[in-house]
Design a protein around this ligand. Structure first.
Ligand SMILES: [Zn+2]
Ligand SMILES: [Zn+2]
Length: 393
């Protein structure tokens, strides 16, 4: 699900580009959290945290506070007391946050600042970079660390794969640092940037890479390390999605094979098939009497589709097409932009490969390499040919 929404998001966005060179690695990173709710109220249980607002400053062991947006200020309520302030800052503690739309508590640690903008709360969490990398890695790679069958695998595969996965999150985050600078933070917590689920769970604390690597280009600029679940055997150049993409040479395109075998062939998402009825397709495309639907390809990825209805011939970009289908029929309906269409009288059979955009590192393919004794460096060089791997402290 997250891979397709990422694909759609990528298709619509113009590329953010910053020129962070690897020498300027920050210790901390600012994340806009609870982005998908844009709440006007948040209920906070703060533990062992210093709390500052309106000239007040106190260290609190356990405090429950309600914060509500009021235009460009916030109202801070606890017990029978309440006051207005520009912002509130919690430092160094642990927090459980609840919003009206979703009352399951969400756990975070770090420094948390809350301000209000136009009646909505903005919650900005500052965390150490490596903690962000570890949390981001479990959010984005999670299940891949738990293969169904670990028998006969290279015993070091997990450590090598951890180095690879953490290098993906670290490099991608640093290449996109400041993407949300207008909103006062670096990255959001959604697939638009990278998924960030909050606090590291106990069982994931063991997931610490023994080597920290940053990928950079020849000029020393951090490489934007795109990744996806499963390429379906067909890695795609970034220039398939973005015509004017600079430096596509750092991303492998073409077959994801080693020794003649497709590396992600054991992925549960390797191939997929789905049926969309004529009525559903007409609703999604807002078309009437749809008679033709023909994908246009670049490197076997669909870039746009031609269709014909009662009012004549039309064309739709693939990202917009996938977004319309996703919104109407669910984000799992079409899993990638690598598919063919067969038309029947009842509707459309989509037969596809892989999960996601196919750019950069294939998560299942890279894991297969690790299963088969490849070192992290070999895996990174395979998916990002020509990139420099810079060890960091
Ligand atoms: Zn974002
Ligand atoms: Zn693959």
């Amino acid at each position: 699900m997250r891979y397709l929404s990422k694909l759609v998001g990528l298709g619509f966005l113009f590329l953010f580009s910053n020129s962070l060179v690897a020498d300027q690695i920050p210790n901390k990173i600012k994340i806009g959290i609870l982005s998908k709710y844009s709440p006007d109220t948040v209920h906070i249980i703060a533990k062992n945290s210093r709390i500052q607002y309106s000239g007040k400053n106190s260290l609190e062991k356990d405090k429950t506070i309600l914060v509500r947006a009021e235009e460009d200020q916030i109202r801070i309520i606890y017990g029978a007391k309440n006051s207005r302030s520009e912002h509130i800052l919690f430092s160094g503690g642990e927090y459980e946050l609840e919003v009206p739309k979703d009352q399951t508590p969400k756990k975070y640690s770090g420094d948390l600042e809350i301000i209000s903008s136009k009646g909505k709360l903005k919650l900005i969490l500052t965390v150490p970079l490596e903690e962000y990398v570890q949390i981001g890695m479990t959010s984005e790679f999670g299940d891949l660390f738990y293969p169904k069958n670990e028998k006969d695998l290279n015993p070091n595969w997990k450590q090598e794969y951890l180095i690879v996965a953490s290098a993906m999150i670290r490099s991608y985050a640093l290449a996109n640092l400041g993407r949300h600078s207008k909103e006062g933070h670096d990255l959001c917590d959604l697939t638009h940037c990278l998924q960030f689920s909050g606090k590291l769970k106990k069982e994931n604390i063991q997931f610490s890479p023994s080597k920290k690597i940053l990928l950079q280009d020849k000029s020393g600029k951090v490489l934007e390390t795109f990744f996806h679940s499963t390429c379906g055997g067909n890695l795609s150049s970034p220039s398939v999605l973005w015509k004017n993409f600079k430096n596509p040479q750092y991303y492998r395109s073409g077959p994801d094979t080693k020794g003649g075998e497709i590396q992600c062939r054991n992925s549960p998402y390797f191939s997929w098939e789905t049926f969309i009825s004529k009525e559903e397709m007409e609703t999604a495309l807002q078309a009437k009497q749809l008679t033709e639907l023909e994908p246009k390809y670049s490197e076997s990825r669909v870039t746009s589709l031609d269709y014909k209805d009662y009012s004549g011939k039309k064309n739709i970009q693939a990202s917009e097409f996938l977004s319309k289908i996703g919104k109407l029929l669910g984000w799992n309906k079409t899993k990638s932009n690598d598919f063919k269409i067969e038309i029947s009288t009842r509707g459309f059979y989509l037969k596809g490969k892989g999960f996601g955009h196919g750019i950069g590192l294939c998560q299942y393919g890279a894991r297969e390499m690790a299963f088969r004794d490849a070192k992290s460096e070999e895996i990174l060089h395979f998916y990002f040919p020509g990139a420099e791997l810079r060890p960091i402290q």
